[in-house]
Design a protein around this ligand. Structure first.
Ligand code: E4P
Length: 218
């Protein structure tokens, strides 16, 4: 399983990129709004940092296929690595089909059932984004959805669509997604940082330092 970072915060993207662990970025309208910056500017800056797929979503207020296709074409023009993120609706599927036919990469988002993922795949989506954490929030096991989608795609045998586990909230989600067959997990920086930690690692570093200093000094 590969990692994308799920944020529009440039400092966090730089930190994760410097660690060498991410190979892409996902954003959504809430994350862009949180930064309070012009969409095209922040996306172009992100593209100058990470050399990999960058998902930029169509405007939250655009709900018709025609509008999404128009915006999708503009998003694709920002950088060759752009992926157009489209909500999972009938109109979104129509937009996905058209943008795919034009050679534009797509990420169908807000996936909460395996059927939605299968439909998006058949509409030509490059990626589907099932939301793990938001399902857990309503007492539905999000990881089961990832597993189901992975199984269905494998059984179909003719689906190239990649599964991005989204709405990842903690390190256990990451392990669960990897075991369940997600191709990618898109993870906030705070979770990536937590994944690096273990109390025995800290204790081990301290012990090595003490032992070294006891014989060789500072
Ligand atoms: C997916 O691409 C979304 O940006 C994101 O993962 C949503 O996460 P949340 O449910 O924590 O807002």
């Amino acid at each position: 399983m590969k990692f994308f970072i799920d944020t529009a915060k440039v400092e966090d993207i730089k930190k994760a990129n410097d660690m060498g662990v991410i190979c892409g970025v996902t954003t959504n309208p809430s994350l862009i709004a949180k930064e309070g910056r012009v969409f095209e500017e922040v996306i172009a800056e992100i593209a100058s940092i990470v050399d990999g797929p960058i998902s930029g979503e169509v405007k939250a207020t655009t709900t018709d296929a025609e509008g999404m296709i128009k915006e999708g074409r503009e998003i694709a023009k920002i950088h060759p690595n752009m992926v157009v993120k489209i909500p999972m609706t009938v109109e979104g599927l129509k937009a996905c089909k058209q943008l795919t036919a034009e050679g534009i990469k797509t990420n169908v988002t807000l996936i909460f059932t395996a059927n939605q993922a299968l439909l998006a795949a058949r509409a030509g989506a490059t990626y589907v984004s099932p939301f793990l954490g938001r399902l857990d929030d309503i007492s539905v096991r999000g990881v089961d959805l990832i597993r189901e989608i992975a199984e269905i795609f494998a059984v179909a045998g003719d689906i190239d669509t990649q599964i991005i586990a989204a709405s990842v909230r903690n390190p256990m989600h990451v392990t669960d997604c990897a075991l369940a067959g997600a191709d990618i997990a898109t993870v906030p920086y705070a979770v990536i940082e937590k994944m690096t930690k273990h109390p025995l690692t800290d204790a081990g570093i301290l012990k090595f330092q003490e032992d070294y200093k006891a014989v060789f000094g500072e």
